[in-house]
Design a protein around this ligand. Structure first.
Ligand code: GLY
Length: 413
């Protein structure tokens, strides 16, 4: 690490209720947004609020994806349970409609049993946009305590021999014990949060070790990544790249690439480790170079029919958020320009505007192409990251209040 542990912990602690952060990345000036772009993004956010206002009263559990345009639900949240409360928090920040805040709290509360779940790596996805955000926006310590318990559950999955957090399977299940996936980069911020709140470095240390392992084995020389990398769980020895949701071990699943570039940017902000920044930029540069002119990512950048293959708008929304963060962290306007093009493309070509029946905001997402499961449907993380991305442009201070955009690196500039 290039900054002191004390600085990292102080910054990772974030700020409660007031949302005041020491050095919000959102404050880094990376240029203005053209007025026509702002108009389009405001129109998309207004549409999202309208749709959420109409649909939220009938949502009783956690949306996992749509079938015939209607949400299909999980009762326990699966891996996506953080996104519905997260979307409601974003909707509340944008609209100030108190009904969204009330629903966000009620929905987040339903995730309570999952804080003890040691059977998944997805605890950051589950607890950051829901419980960490609830704590940051309300100051209620119960949310903070639950998020810390989730972090305690997550670190049970750390394999010290291979220096990675295993992705899938219960702790006593040998199957998948050596399986690491690029998605896990998005679960590390929960650990940074836990170290910040407790003063105990063990959580962030594990996050840093996992990120170092990921950057050692996942990125190829051209900046693309596989979805999976396997290790021998007993010796910790690397076995090789693989895939589950991508086309092949040598392809590049676009949502995985998005998780990676966003996750490495966050880890750079939390630690100041410039290796993480370099990896974030490599992954970002590959994704930017692989975008089609319509700026809606194909589901895998090396799918057989690309650039004309099936789309995944969720990858576009996540990529946009990661690029906006990277632009703010580096001051590089080019990342912001691509992010704005992505958000504009999603707003103009992927929204459900013409369907009163649709319950989601964003269409044209793909969940799991190799399983032929959820091809060009709606997914809750597309709605969440579209709103996060638009608010990163329109209301960066509000996004900072919700998810903590502060950076240990900005203070060193
Ligand atoms: N983290 C699983 C997915 O992105 O589908």
């Amino acid at each position: 690490m290039t900054v002191s542990r004390r600085t990292v912990l102080a910054t990772a602690a974030g700020a409660v209720a007031t949302g005041a952060s020491s050095t919000p990345a959102a404050a880094v000036d990376v240029g203005t947004t053209p007025a026509p772009t702002l108009r389009k993004l405001r129109a998309a956010a207004d549409y999202a609020i309208e749709k959420l206002h109409a649909v939220a009263p009938s949502v009783t559990a956690f949306p996992v994806g749509t079938k015939f345009e209607k949400w299909v639900y999980s009762q326990n949240g699966d891996w996506v349970g953080g996104f519905w409360p997260g979307t409601l928090w974003m909707a509340w920040l944008y609209s100030k409609d108190e009904a969204f805040r009330t629903r966000a709290l009620a929905s987040a509360q339903k995730l309570a049993p999952r804080q003890y779940d040691t059977g998944t790596h997805d605890l950051g996805f589950l607890f950051y946009p829901s419980w960490v955000t609830a704590w940051r926006l309300t100051g209620d310590e119960a949310w903070r305590a639950g998020a810390l318990r989730a972090a305690d559950s997550l670190i049970q999955r750390y394999n010290p021999r291979g220096r990675f957090i295993r992705a899938w399977g219960t702790l006593n299940d040998e199957k998948n014990a050596g399986r690491v996936i690029i998605d896990t980069m998005m679960n590390l911020d929960l650990l940074a949060f836990a170290s910040g709140r407790t003063g105990d470095p063990k959580y962030l240390d594990i996050a840093v070790e996992h990120a170092k392992t990921t950057r050692r084995v996942f990125p190829r020389p051209d900046g693309s990544t596989p979805h999976v990398y396997d290790f021998d769980p007993d010796s910790g020895t690397p076995v090789g790249p693989n895939t589950v949701q991508g086309y092949s071990p040598t392809s590049c699943w676009s949502r995985g690439q998005a998780w990676g570039l966003y996750g490495f940017t966050t880890m750079y902000r939390r630690t100041g480790n410039r290796d993480f920044l370099a990896t974030a930029r490599e992954l970002a540069d590959f994704a930017v170079g692989a975008l089609t002119p319509d700026h809606v990512p194909v589901w895998d950048y090396r799918a057989p029919q690309q650039p004309h293959d099936i789309k995944d708008a969720s990858a576009g929304a996540i990529t946009a958020c990661g690029l906006l963060d990277l632009a703010a962290a580096t001051g590089r306007q080019v990342y912001r320009e691509v992010a704005l093009r992505l958000l504009t493309a999603l707003s103009e070509t992927c929204l459900t505007r013409n369907s009163a029946r649709a319950e989601a905001v964003v269409a044209r997402c793909t969940r799991h192409r190799p399983n032929e499961d959820g091809i060009e449907i709606s997914l809750p993380y597309a709605d969440y990251y579209l709103l996060e991305g638009i608010l990163r442009v329109l209301r960066p201070q509000d996004v900072d209040r919700a998810i903590d955009l502060s950076s240990v690196t900005a203070s060193r500039a």
